[in-house]
Design a protein around this ligand. Structure first.
Ligand SMILES: [Zn+2]
Length: 102
């Protein structure tokens, strides 16, 4: 079963929302740390920025990889019968399930 474009967009929106929510929490934490110890806050900030960068890279990778899989699915490596929707494992002209020409 293929993941629809709508669900994929929703997943990305949830991920972006989660990152922003996390960022807001860390801004408050950073502010609290700056009030106390500036040097400690700098260390936390640099660690937080690294974490954010890794998260963004991961999201971008997901976005890049997912359409890539779709391309593979449509290129002929994983074909489906247009009549019965059966997966065509062998590269033939006819469907093994219903015998329809593909
Ligand atoms: Zn078929």
């Amino acid at each position: 079963m293929r993941i629809s474009l709508g669900i994929r967009k929703l997943v990305v929106l949830i991920l972006v929302g989660a990152i922003f929510l996390l960022a807001n929490v860390w801004i408050v934490v950073n502010w609290l740390e700056k009030v106390g110890a500036v040097e400690f806050a700098k260390n936390v900030k640099s660690e937080y920025l690294t974490g954010t960068a890794i998260t963004i890279i991961l999201v971008l990778l997901i976005l890049l990889v997912r359409p890539g899989k779709e391309v593979v699915a449509n290129s002929g490596l994983l074909r489906r019968c247009p009549v019965c929707d059966h997966f065509l494992m062998v590269r033939g002209k006819y469907c093994a399930e219903c015998g329809s020409k593909v």
